[in-house]
Design a protein around this ligand. Sequence first.
Ligand code: ADP
Ligand code: MG
Length: 458
Amino acid sequence: MNHEDVWQTVLGDIELQISRPNFLTWLKNSQFLGKDEKDTGVALVGLPNNFAKEWVKSRYHKIILGSLRNIDGSIKNIDYVVVGANAKNPIAISVKKPKADNDVRPQSELIETRIDPKTNLNPRYDFKTFIVGSSNEMAYAAAQAVVKDVGKKYNPLFVYGGVGLGKTHLIQSIGNEIILAYKNQVSVLYVSSEKFINDVVQALRNKRMDDVKRKYRDIDVLIIDDIQFIGGKTATEQEFFYTFNTLYENNKQIIISSDRPPSAIPTLEERLRSRFEGGMIVDVVYPDYETRLAILKTKAKETGAVLDEKIMEQIAARVQKNIRELEGVLNKVVFYEQYKSGQIDNKKLEEIINEAVQVAPRNITPNDIVKTVAEFFEVPTADMTQRSRKQEVVEPRQIAMYLMREVLKMSYPHIGDRLGKRDHTTAIHACDKISKEISQNPGLNQKILLIKERLYKL
Ligand code: ADP
Ligand code: MG
């Protein structure tokens, strides 16, 4: 048998044992690459990307190994190799021992190279590139005031609002501007709340709490992004509270962002909440059409691209809820026009916009979500909707909760009820956890995109 015949036989076996969508998702671009050079009984199986590799390895290894051994008894184990989706002639690929898994670098590395290690600030964010409109003018004014009167006027400054509405941009701009205005005489530190939590957890583990105290209490301006994640983690919240007090009492400036106001972070300790409420609270909301158009024009200029006015108007009209998405669409259109050396047509523009705003078809039900997620993870639907504590349904259930919130905008109590009669705090926790992890874990993001794709096809 040649490699292709071997693999067809194996796929035939697997196809009988897993669902059709899963089969297509995970094994469509798989291939058998033969046995390893040293003939140690290791078979090499090629997959299009790291994500598929991990998935197939953890889910289908047993079936594949069994099936391969039926064909060739000398096979004892399998190495899964990433070969890319379009490897033309799989069999001709050299079958040297694959490199270690961790060769794949996280994408974020690319972005982080420009960040100043002393302040953690990204120089990309400054006031000059921040477009002000009715959606953010209060927040902008407060930010300006903080630069003028560091530690005095608005302390803490608490900025809240939905995803992609410019919170990180704004609070980092304050930091960058302070460094500039005070010629490095004022020390600034920007951290995500994850980073803060990590630092505290590590320090507790290594008994080096003094380091953390020094790091966070010896500065003039502390900027903490996405504070909602700190709530409920006792040790970190405790430490944050002390840090907050120390800085505050010494007239140091504290700047905080969150996806919701302090009063709506259910897990936040009362004393911390009242501290936040004692400062200045401002929100950023969805930008109006004029602001969106102005942002698009600025971003286009930044990238040096020349876009037709009509096209920018169309994008600004359709992409309403998230400035990051607005930028994403712009980048795609610019890329497309450069690639085609010509103006984008309406059909393609629609396609790009639709992809970004992900309009959910009206008829998706909570049940569809449960079924699609259950099938994706190959767990029984009943385990998701009942009070099962089985480990393998924890993640699927959290993802289902997240999707009910994101796609169907269901209320937290309702979501909790649908998925195992849990209370609303469990649902809030799940949704927060998933939305936080999506940005850090490309694997999770990928899973959710695949699930959504199936959901929208129903
Ligand atoms: P958030 O932290 O609220 O999720 P970000 O600050 O990361 O949002 O903003 C998302 C993207 O949109 C960033 O690239 C940011 O530069 C851009 N952006 C947001 N608001 C504005 C604005 N008012 N003017 C220019 N760009 C903006
Ligand atoms: Mg942010």
